[in-house]
Design a protein around this ligand. Structure first.
Ligand code: CMX
Length: 446
């Protein structure tokens, strides 16, 4: 066991390569998109300039992993024997190969992770050496980066390896890293919030089940972890974390350097840090209400007060999505089943009714609907993970699944160094002037 995934992946890569080669050779000059000055200055929003087959984000439907919507992913992936949620190992197979795995294929990935779990001693020491009050994301990024010395890819590259074979050591690095992430995250948690009292890994448990075990939290936290890692796994390639991972790896940096970099991007408040901002914002509201359920008017007032103070409503809005994030809906369904009487969930539930009409009335946000971060922290809080600085680390473990799948395919299809072109402000002003004159000329001719 432990080779089914790699063998299948090798076959898929062989059949995929000619398609990419043909696109470049025969259709390389076909125009896909135009770009405006607004997009250049506005963070390249919506510019069609990346390629990935791992996931696709439809503004109205939400994310699809390998063509499957999230509800389909949860329905079709083999479920954990002792829970309601699918194994993360099954998702790894799906993301890498594009096929829904059989039970045997899930067991094969389980095996792959099993033999790669042991964390080098020095990683614990690096975590231990961090100064007090460091943010767990800074520690997480450093712990991953420090394992760069283990990279097969870096060694093979320096030893000389054919470009066609780059994906193989990237696969080895990627799976080695993925298998270790739950242990790194759980140790950071133990170190920062449990006086270093760590619970040893249980080799018989699946990736997320073992994470729950190392966190010392009882069922259904194993299912919470499976759910959490799966919904955070991928969101196309243009978001900051995925794009950072891809960009850094495009210089042939290995998986450790690339994933460490993407963790730094995820740590920003407009991206992965939003889940902790949501919880802080909710807690302030709960304190203000002295732990009672607010009236609808009070919720409206709190939302307007936030907006009038020039702040955004955390957990609402999205650069691409234009409806309620299905990752929010799946968490909501879980909460309705397992924790509907939780006080914080009642707040989240009321906000879901109140925020969208207010954001619509304010008229700035292109999407008034909640994203996944509006819900994540409340579930973690309910199950006792109350140190909200830690929530983005959990996001990072999940997001690594999709990014590593992408990095392996980047190497397999030989995607080159990323290098867009910059212009100066003066050049853009000249282009704008020319366009204005052209339009004016066009009007006169009529
Ligand atoms: N509350 C108030 N105003 C909002 C808003 C919100 N939740 N979301 C967007 N806006 C405002 C923007 O600040 C912007 O205002 P200005 O024109 O004054 O700068 C305007 O609406 C237009 O923004 P947009 O095009 O709709 O949104 P962006 O693509 O620029 O940004 C996002 C998207 C998520 C950063 C933004 O909606 C936001 O700040 N939301 C709150 C933070 C959050 O939930 N982040 C998590 C995102 C999920 C993830 O990827 O991790």
């Amino acid at each position: 066991m432990g080779t089914l995934l790699k063998d299948k992946l090798a076959e898929k890569i062989e059949s995929m390569r000619p398609r990419t080669e043909r696109l470049v050779k025969e259709h390389g000059d076909v125009v896909v998109d135009n770009i405006t000055i607004g997009q250049i200055i506005g963070g390249m929003r919506g510019v069609k300039s990346l390629v990935t087959d791992i996931s696709y984000l439809d503004p109205y439907e939400g994310i699809r992993y390998r063509g499957y919507t999230l509800p389909e992913v949860f329905e079709k992936l083999p479920k954990a024997k002792d829970g309601d949620m699918p194994y993360v190992e099954g998702l790894v197979h799906l993301l890498l190969t594009g096929d829904m795995p059989t039970e045997e294929e899930v067991a094969d990935v389980f095996d792959e992770f099993q033999k790669r779990r042991i964390l080098p001693r020095y990683v614990y020491e690096v975590i231990d050496a961090f100064p007090c009050c460091s943010h767990p994301m800074a520690i997480f990024s450093a712990a991953i980066c420090t394992m760069h010395r283990e990279s097969f890819f870096a060694k093979k590259y320096h030893g000389g390896i054919s470009k066609k074979d780059f994906w193989d050591p990237m696969y080895e690095d990627g799976l080695n890293l993925l298998a270790k992430l739950p242990e790194i995250a759980a140790y950071i948690y133990a170190k920062l919030y449990r006086d270093g009292n760590r619970i040893q890994s249980n080799p018989n448990l699946d990736m997320a089940g073992n994470f729950a075990h190392m966190m010392g939290i009882e069922k259904p936290y194993d299912d919470v972890s499976r759910l959490h890692f799966i919904i955070h796994a991928d969101h196309e390639s243009g978001n900051v974390s995925a794009h950072t991972g891809h960009l850094v790896a495009s210089s042939l940096s290995d998986a450790y350097l690339s994933i460490s970099a993407m963790i730094n991007g995820l740590a920003g408040p407009l991206h992965g840090l939003a889940n902790q901002v949501v919880l802080r914002w909710l807690q302030e509201f709960v304190d203000k209400m002295e732990n009672r359920v607010p009236t609808e008017e009070e919720v409206q007032q709190y939302v307007w007060d936030t907006l009038n103070a020039g702040k955004v409503i955390p957990g609402y809005g999205h650069p691409v999505l234009r409806k309620t994030d299905p990752r929010y809906t799946i968490q909501r369904e879980f909460a309705l089943k397992h924790m509907k009487d939780d006080l914080l969930f009642k707040y989240v539930d009321m906000l879901y009714k109140v925020v969208p009409p207010i954001l619509k009335e304010q008229g700035k946000a292109k999407s008034p609907w909640p994203n996944l971060d509006a819900h994540t922290g409340v579930i973690q809080w309910h199950y006792g993970v109350r140190e909200y600085d830690f929530y983005t680390v959990l996001f990072g473990v999940g997001r690594s699944l999709g990014i590593i799948a992408n990095l392996i395919w980047d190497r397999a299809l030989g995607y080159p160094l990323e290098r867009p072109k910059s212009l100066t402000t003066k050049m853009l002003e000249d282009i704008a002037e020319k366009s204005k004159n052209k339009k004016a000329g066009g009007k006169k001719e009529k």
